[in-house]
Structures are given as structure tokens and as C-alpha cells.
Design a protein around this ligand. Structure first.
Ligand code: ATP
Ligand code: MG
Length: 474
């Protein structure tokens, strides 16, 4: 009979996980700490370990290491509470079999466990070849907790240490370069250069010289010989950005570098070699380019040994609040201004946009808003460019916020009306109205740092009315 070991400090999570697995005819054991779990694992090796953790700390990495040793490696499924990039990459890089961010849906957990038991059987394959680096951390921050992004973090963790070529696809601004950089930073090449070459921005003749270098006199204007990116990047990673725009002649030279690691400088005789990992990125369909005979099929297959697809931002709306928060912090820190937060209506306005320029467009919008802001709270007037582009967007936001408010007030009134000893109905009526008035006045004062003139103007009431409402609420 297969047996599953659940290692989780929180008793509620342990019993929830046990409950999710009830329908399996497996023996389930529980441990409340990594140390205890490690002992239980060594005593009777389980078919699968489910480990709850926050971040990949020393104890977790030790568990992963021990699980991968021995003749029958034990697959470890990590249930992580923080859901950060570093966490997901660290666990996968440490050899975790799979990773799910909490809160975990019981049917999802059951499905993943069934998959692991079926695929791995008792002879699980270790995912990582190189030993894990204890306490590793990533310098680039890819933000996201949507299932799509979690899959990408897992993929980055799995492939970072190998030398395989990677093809990163996605619309403009989805984070292709960021992903390439993260792969580099998590690889054994981390201390070596990461160089990006934009194949679309450089004329064809210069692109070859940019990549492979040239000898003196190779072409008009080549007064000196010069090293190319492949020579400069030895030991590191090169990002061939917009690879779909590369000419067929250059493509065949890249193919040779991929196969033999060799090339010649433009106008040079000597064959040079370079140990460089190639990551290619494109926002165009390479399949269509192949159909138009503009891209080599063999290069396509060599590049897409590992393929990462970044979905457009509007397909992962759950990531928006995290990204907004991240960029507000990043740019207020950079501009040395204190931004306390973002108003609900501004947040709703941002969430209502389609962001055709993806994360880059969102990032630019927040950077501009932080510069425009005078109050310490980002609000609608800090995003005039978004409103003018879609006035109806702001109107929709206002409408939906008011509908929310009505719903909340209704729920509150129902609770009061259903109380055993009800306040007089008139008391409920005025009580609810004054609670809403107080909330509105407080929010306006908070948004304008206590400035009554500005708060009253924003609410569309006189300062005297505002003051009388403040007296009532105090
Ligand atoms: N998930 C993310 N978390 C944090 N920042 C992100 C994320 N995705 C993208 N960014 C930021 O958005 C900007 C654009 O990202 P990047 O340059 O990697 O996109 P790209 O896909 O290469 O775009 P293009 O196709 O236009 O070259 C960068 O400043 C990057 O740091
Ligand atoms: Mg790019």
C-alpha cells in the first residue's frame, strides 16, 4: 500500500490535507515539524511527502536533499504559504517534485497527488541534477501568484541549472527579458555576464558584428578589430531578443554556435569558441515565420528545447493587485517620496484597464502617477492619461463601487433588523446613514492628509458641512 507523509506545523492544514486524501486507499502519516518528518521519512520511506512551508529554509532544503538520495527517491510536493518567486524557484531548484501555493483547494491537491503517484510510482525521478545551493535567493523579482505565473516559476526552477536553450514567448511587455535574467541569475552562470542583443533594432550587417565581432578592415568603417557579444559573454548567458527578426544568414551562424559552440569574427579566419547559454525571446509567432520561410525550422527546434510562454496581463487579473503594490513601493522608494497607498477607486480604475502594453505599461503608469502625486495617496487625478483614454472606465468604476457599497449597507441593515432586541427602526435608519457618512468623511480626510478644504472639495460639500459631519462622528 502506498503511504503518504504530511509534514505541516499547522494542525488545521494537516487535517485539511488528510481530509483531501481520504478517497485514496493510502496510509497517511502526519508530522508537525521538518525534523520530526525527516525522522519519519527515514524510518519508513513514504511514496510521497507533502510538506507545508513558508520559504525554502535550511530544514526544507535538507528534507529535499534527503528525499532525493537513496535508491528510491521520494517525491516531495511543497504547499507554500508565501507564494513568492524566490520560494517557488528555490523549492523546485532544491528538487521538489511539485509546488502549490496556499490556500490549497482540496480537489486540486487530490488531483496533483494522484498524478504524482501515477507518474512517479515508487521510483520517482529527481528533477534536479545539480545539488541545491542552500539559502539561494534570486535578485530579479518576478511578481505574480496566478496559476500561470506559478507554473513559470516552477519551470524556471527546473531549467535554470541546465545549459539548455530556452525560447521565451509572449506579447510585448509581459516580462520576457525579466524571465531570461532570472534564469541566468539562478544558474551556475550567475557571476558571469548576462548580455541582451535586440535583433530587431540592429541592421543585419551590424548584427553579425555585434554578435560575433569583426576584424580590422572587415567592412567600411571597421578601423579596429572588435570582440562580439559571444566572446564577451563567455561563461554567461546571451539573450537574443526579437529573434524572429534575425536574417536567415545570421540564423545559420547561431545554429552553429548552438551545435558546436564555434564561430568566426566578421572578416576573420580563426575559429573561436564560446561557452554561452542562449536564451531567445520573441513576441512574434515563429511558426508563422517558418511558414513564410523567414525562420529556420532546425533553429526553431534547437531553441525551443525548453519553451516558456508568458500570458498577457489581462489573462491573469489576479496578479494586478500584487504588481500595483510592487510598483508603488518601487517607485516611491526610487523617487524618495512617501506614498501611503492607493485609493480604492484608483485601484479599481487600474484593474479595469486592458493593459495592451502589459506589465511595462502598468509599470510606466504607476511611475508617472508617483511623480504627479501630491497627497501621499495615489488617486484618480494621478492617472489623467488613463481617464482621458477611457472616461467610461472611471464611470464604470464609480458605478461598481456604489453597487458594492449598497450591498454592504444592505447586509449591515439586515443584521441589525434581525437582532433579538432590535433598536428602534428609526435608530437603525439613522445609525446606518451616519455610519456611511462617517466612513466617507474619514476616507476623504485620510486621502488628503487631514486637509479639510481639499477633503470637502473632493466630496463636493462645503467645509462647514464636512465639519458638522466630523462633529457627529467624533
Ligand atoms: N511579473 C513581473 N513582475 C515584476 N515586473 C515585471 C513583471 N513582468 C514584467 N515586469 C517589468 O515590466 C517591464 C517589461 O518587462 P520585459 O522588458 O521583461 O518585457 P518583454 O516581454 O521583454 O517586453 P518586449 O517584448 O517589449 O521586449 C520591465 O521593467 C520588467 O521589470
Ligand atoms: Mg524584451
Amino acid at each position: 500500500m502506498q503511504n503518504i507523509l504530511i509534514i505541516e506545523p499547522d494542525a488545521r492544514y494537516r487535517s485539511r490535507a488528510r481530509g483531501a486524501l481520504e478517497s485514496l486507499s493510502c496510509q497517511v502519516r502526519e508530522s508537525a515539524s521538518m525534523e520530526e518528518g525527516l525522522r519519519a521519512m527515514l524510518e519508513t520511506p513514504p511514496s510521497l511527502v507533502i510538506a507545508g512551508s513558508n520559504e525554502p529554509e535550511a530544514a526544507d532544503l535538507k528534507l529535499l536533499r534527503v528525499a532525493r538520495q537513496g535508491t528510491r527517491p521520494v517525491p516531495v510536493l511543497v504547499l507554500a504559504s508565501s507564494g513568492t518567486t524566490e520560494g517557488a524557484i528555490g523549492f523546485m531548484d532544491g528538487g521538489a517534485y511539485d509546488y502549490i501555493a496556499k490556500p490549497v483547494n482540496p480537489s486540486e491537491l487530490l488531483a496533483v497527488v494522484q498524478d504524482i503517484l501515477r507518474l512517479a510510482g515508487d521510483a520517482s525521478r529527481p528533477l534536479r541534477i545539480a545539488p541545491p545551493a542552500d539559502g539561494m535567493s534570486s535578485r530579479s523579482s518576478i511578481i505574480g501568484r496566478s496559476p500561470e505565473m506559478i507554473e513559470i516559476f516552477k519551470m524556471v526552477g527546473r531549467i535554470a541549472k541546465s545549459d539548455a536553450a530556452v525560447l521565451v514567448q509572449g506579447e510585448s511587455g509581459t516580462g520576457k527579458e525579466l524571465v531570461a535574467r532570472t534564469i541566468h541569475e539562478n544558474s551556475r552562470r550567475a557571476g558571469k555576464p548576462f548580455l541582451a542583443v535586440n535583433c530587431a533594432a540592429i541592421p543585419e550587417t551590424l548584427l553579425e558584428s555585434e554578435l560575433f565581432g569583426h576584424e580590422k578592415g572587415a567592412f567600411t568603417g571597421a578601423a579596429y578589430s572588435r570582440k562580439g557579444k559571444f566572446e564577451l559573454c563567455h561563461g554567461g548567458t546571451i539573450l537574443l531578443d526579437e529573434v524572429g527578426d534575425m536574417s536567415l544568414a545570421t540564423q545559420s551562424k547561431i545554429l552553429r554556435v548552438l551545435q558546436e559552440h564555434t564561430f568566426e569574427r566578421v572578416g576573420g579566419e580563426q575559429t573561436l569558441s564560446s561557452d554561452t547559454r542562449i536564451i531567445a525571446a520573441t513576441n512574434k509567432s515563429l511558426v508563422e515565420a517558418i511558414e513564410r520561410s523567414e525562420f529556420r525550422v532546425d533553429l526553431f527546434y534547437r531553441l525551443k528545447v525548453v519553451s516558456v510562454f508568458l500570458p498577457p496581463l489581462h489573462k491573469r487579473p489576479g496578479d494586478l493587485p500584487l504588481l500595483i503594490d510592487h510598483f508603488v513601493k518601487k517607485y516611491s522608494h526610487q523617487a524618495k517620496v512617501e506614498i501611503r497607498g492607493i485609493s480604492r477607486r484608483a485601484q479599481a480604475l487600474l484593474e479595469a484597464q486592458t493593459w495592451t502594453g502589459n506589465v511595462r505599461e502598468l509599470e510606466n503608469a504607476i511611475q508617472t502617477a508617483v511623480v504627479l502625486n501630491r497627497t501621499g495617496t495615489l488617486d484618480l487625478e494621478d492617472f489623467p492619461f488613463l481617464q482621458s483614454a477611457g472616461r467610461t472606465g472611471a464611470d464604470d468604476v464609480r458605478r461598481s463601487v456604489l453597487v458594492d457599497l449598497r450591498g454592504a449597507a444592505k447586509r449591515a441593515a439586515r443584521v441589525l433588523l434581525a437582532e433579538d432586541s432590535p433598536t428602534s427602526p428609526a435608530g437603525i435608519y439613522y445609525g446606518c446613514l451616519s455610519a456611511v457618512e462617517t466612513a466617507v468623511v474619514e476616507a476623504a480626510l485620510e486621502s488628503y492628509g487631514g486637509n479639510q478644504v481639499q477633503a470637502a472639495r473632493a466630496l463636493g460639500i462645503s467645509r462647514n458641512t464636512l465639519r458638522s459631519k466630523m462633529r457627529i462622528s467624533s
